[in-house]
Design a protein around this ligand. Sequence first.
Ligand code: IPE
Ligand code: IPE
Ligand code: MG
Length: 245
Amino acid sequence: MFFKKKRLTEIDYTRIPVHIGVIMDGNGRWAKKRGLPRSAGHQAGADTLKKIVTECNKMGIKYITVYAFSTENWKRPKDEVDFLMNLLMNYLRDAEKTLAGENVVIRTIGSRNELSEEIQQQIIKTEKFTENNTGIVMNIALNYGSREEIIHAVRGLVRDAVGGKVKLEDISEDMMSNRLYTGGIPDPDLIIRTSGEERLSNFLMWQSAYSELYFTRRLWPDFNINDLHTAIIAYQNRNRRYGGV
Ligand code: IPE
Ligand code: IPE
Ligand code: MG
C-alpha cells in the first residue's frame, strides 16, 4: 500500500532550518514602481531586514546570512554605491541599539580591505558589541563574493602547504570550509531569493552545494513575515536526499 506523504500547510517547529541565506533583491524595482529613487528602495529594504531577522530569531533559526553588497555591486553608479555604504554604516550603528536588544549576534562576511576605514571601524565595534549575545547569528555579506572568498581560502591553504604546515594530499573539504568567511557555521539549509531572479549571483556557492533554493517574485521591501513562513513551509515539504535515496 502507498501512503502519500501529507503536505505541510503549517510550520513544523521541530524541523526549523538551522541556517538560512537570503538574497535580498528587488529594491530598485520596488522604488521604480512607486516613482521613487532607487535609494528609497534600499532604505525600505533595510527596514524589512530588521523585521525578518527579528522573526527568524523568534522562530529559533540559529544563523541567517544576508547578501547586502556583492563584489560586483561596485559597478553601480557612484551615487548608489555611496548611498548603500552610508546605509550599511547607519544600519550597523543602529543595530547596536535595536537588534542587539533582541539578542542578535551581528557579524559581517566578505573582503573588508576595500571598505572605507570608517565602515571597517564600525564593523569591529558592532561585532564586539554583540559578540556575547546568545540569539541568532546574523552574517551580513558585505563586499562579499563567493569567488573572492574561495580564492582567499585557497591562498591560505597554499601558504600552509608551501610552509610545510599541511601536506597537499591532506587538504580536505572540511579544511576548505573552515577557511571560508563562514568557517565554523553549518552550510545553509535554505536560500531565499526575492524579486523573481533565479540565480545565485556569486552568493555562498561552495556552501550551497545541498541547500534548498526558494525563489519568490516578491520584491525585497515587500517581503514580510507571512512570506518568510511560506518559504519555511515550502522548505519543510522538500525531500533532501544528499545524493542518497
Ligand atoms: C538589491 O536590490 C540590493 C542590492 C543589490 C544592494 P537591487 O538594487 O539589486 O534591486 P533591483 O534588482 O535593481 O530591483
Ligand atoms: C545580488 O543582487 C546582490 C545582492 C542582493 C546584494 P544583484 O541585483 O546585484 O544581482 P544580479 O546583478 O541581478 O545578478
Ligand atoms: Mg538586483
